[in-house]
Each structure stands twice: as structure tokens, then as C-alpha cells.
Design a protein around this ligand. Structure first.
Ligand code: SAH
Length: 328
């Protein structure tokens, strides 16, 4: 194969003497080397120009992607700010089927046959309208493998998370039965509108974690609702047991709680995460510091408490529907 500088090599040959030819050949070689170097340099500079161009294009593309991401997040923030501050969607979270049934019937809600939630969450959604406001009543559903209602903080938080993510309510309302306290003036059938939510079974004696353990969270401020309903005010204390051993009892006292139940603080944890206003209405089925064991009294009064909820919760819904959050 002829060298790439073949043509110039040929042009360089002349009819001069030997030494001149040698000189000329060496000059030719020099100039060929020079040409090769030039060509290589040219090729290199071409290659580096192509590389530079490629890098520039990539940089430009990545700048565009970043710009789109920034614009996307600004748009999302803008939409969030634009979200109507009045209550147009309410999610009522109820742990047990029996607690929710009279309320669902009273409001004439329809069961959503296909779950709107992701994955195997057993929660059941009933939906309807109160005026222009969409109302969902969500029960935690039957516990997989146990066949009973999914009571307690874990199912409550799982359901609340999906409710906030999928149904995007303007207000979360936890309705349910609870234990009351003679010492706090409580009686069976009382209805409480929670002022704050705390845990009584998360004992973590490490600085800061102790505070996290109690997890005190205020209910959404709702002075007008309180005045209009006339329910009792009180701190709701949550734990994962129906009974009340001494250690829980001490914590409930230091929580200054009037109400003991098993879900609200789990929901409060999620409501805080999503920034969704959260209130709770609790009907008393049993007196924790009374003479009867909670589980017996609970079963005796579950029906009556569910009826009390059936009366109280629609009143709350009618009051909050369409109202601005700051006017509650
Ligand atoms: N014995 C019932 C189970 C009740 S579990 C049954 O057989 O189905 C208690 C449920 O009622 C929980 O959802 C809890 O939030 C509420 N509750 C009522 N009274 C309570 C109390 N004294 N302590 C804790 N939770 C109580």
C-alpha cells in the first residue's frame, strides 16, 4: 500500500544528482513527515473538536433536563399553593367495620368495588357527596391471615398514607370508639373532639427519642367547629393494646389524656408528613379507670357508641364541608 503521502513523494523526485536526490529524498521525507504530522494534528484537532461538540451537546441536554426538572417542581409548588383551601374532599378513617357501618348507611355512601389503593392494602372505601363535598369513609379492612378488623397504629398509618397519596383529602377525620376516664369526667356515650394526639406505649429513654416516642401532635385548630358541636375537648392517647397496664396508665396520666384508643397517633404521624389537617371524633365505649374490664364494656357499648358516631360525624362533616380550613 502506498504511504498516505505518496503523491507528494512522487512530486519530490527530480533529475538532480545523487546527493541532491538523497537530500531531496530526505527533504521529501521531512516534508512527508511534516505532512503526516499536519494531517495527524488535523485529524486530532478534528477528533477533539468532535469530542468537544459531543460534550457541549451532552451539557446542553443535561441543562435542558435540569431546567425541566426545576420548572416541573416550580409548577408543582404553584399547583399546591393554588389548591383550594376550602374543604372539598374529606377522608373519614375508621378502624372497625362495625364502627363505620351506621355512618356509611346514614350518609348513603357507595362502596368502591375496585380498591383505589396500590398493593394488597385491605382498606375498604365508601364514597358519596355531602352537598358539593366528596366524602370517603375508609375502614382498615380485614387483617390478612387473621380475619378480624385491622385495629392498631400500623394498619391505621398504612391506610392513612394511601388515603393521603391517592384520595388527596383536604381534611382527615378519624372517627372511632375509645376508652374514657372517670378521673377526667368521662362517661360511656360521651363524644370527644381531640385537641392533640400522643402515644403512651412508645417508651424510648434516650434524649430526643423520648420526645419522638410520645410524638405529641396538635389537632388542626378548629375553634368554630368546637363551639358549634359542643363535644368534649381532650387529648387522645394511643397505644397498641386494649388493656391498660400500670406503665401505660402512668404515661396516659403524664400525657394528660382524656381518651385512650389505638389509632389516632399513627394517623397524626402520616398527616404531619403530608401536611394534611387532621381532626378526630371519639365516642366512649368503656371507662378505663372504672370497675369493668375494657373488653367487656367495649363489646356491651360498641353498638351505642357507633350510633353516637353516626349522629356526631355527619354533623362535623356538614359543618366543615365547603368551609375554609382557617375558618374551622
Ligand atoms: N374487642 C374488639 C376489639 C376492639 S379493639 C373486637 O372483638 O372486635 C379496640 C378498638 O376500639 C380499637 O380500634 C380502639 O381504637 C378502640 N378502643 C375502644 N376502647 C378502647 C380502649 N379502652 N383502649 C384502647 N382502644 C379502645
Amino acid at each position: 500500500m502506498p504511504p498516505s503521502g505518496g503523491r507528494s513523494n512522487y512530486n519530490c523526485s527530480s533529475s538532480r544528482g545523487n546527493s541532491a536526490r538523497t537530500k531531496s529524498v530526505s527533504i521529501c521525507r521531512d516534508s512527508q513527515t511534516q505532512n503526516d504530522a499536519d494531517r495527524n494534528r488535523f485529524r486530532m484537532s478534528n477528533r477533539s473538536r468532535t469530542l468537544r461538540m459531543r460534550r457541549d451537546v451532552l451539557e446542553l441536554a443535561s441543562n435542558f433536563v435540569s431546567l425541566f426538572l426545576v420548572l416541573g417542581s416550580l409548577y408543582k409548588q404553584h399547583k399546591k399553593k393554588q389548591r383550594p383551601m376550602s374543604v372539598t374532599t374529606i377522608a373519614v378513617l375508621v378502624a372497625m367495620e362495625a364502627e363505620a357501618a351506621p355512618l356509611i348507611e346514614h350518609l348513603g355512601l357507595k362502596k368502591q368495588d375496585k380498591s383505589p389503593f396500590v398493593g394488597p392494602l385491605p382498606a375498604v372505601v365508601h364514597t358519596g357527596k355531602v352537598g358539593d363535598t366528596t366524602v370517603h369513609v375508609i375502614t382498615n379492612g380485614t387483617a390478612h391471615g387473621f380475619g378480624v378488623d385491622s385495629v392498631g397504629t400500623v394498619p391505621a398509618a398504612l391506610t392513612a398514607y394511601q388515603v393521603c397519596e391517592v384520595l388527596k383529602p383536604d381534611l382527615l377525620l378519624n372517627a372511632g370508639t375509645a376508652g374514657g376516664f372517670k378521673a377526667k369526667g368521662g362517661a360511656v356515650g360521651d363524644v370527644y373532639l381531640a385537641t392533640a394526639f400522643k402515644n403512651h406505649d412508645r417508651r424510648i429513654q434516650i434524649p430526643d427519642f423520648d420526645v419522638y416516642g410520645v410524638g405529641a401532635t396538635d389537632a388542626a385548630p378548629c375553634p368554630n367547629l368546637r363551639a358549634a358541636m359542643g363535644f368534649k375537648d381532650g387529648v387522645v392517647s394511643t397505644g397498641n393494646s386494649l388493656d391498660c397496664p400500670e406503665v401505660d396508665s402512668q404515661n396516659i396520666t403524664s400525657n394528660d389524656a382524656s381518651v385512650k384508643e389505638m389509632e389516632a397517633a399513627g394517623i397524626a404521624h402520616v398527616a404531619t408528613m403530608f401536611g394534611t389537617p387532621f381532626i378526630a371524633v371519639k365516642a366512649i365505649t368503656d371507662i378505663v379507670d372504672g370497675d369493668k374490664p375494657s373488653h367487656e364494656e367495649f363489646m356491651e357499648n360498641l353498638g351505642a357508641a357507633a350510633k353516637a358516631l353516626q349522629a356526631a360525624v355527619p354533623k362535623v362533616i356538614t359543618f366543615v364541608a365547603g368551609r375554609k380550613i382557617e375558618d374551622l
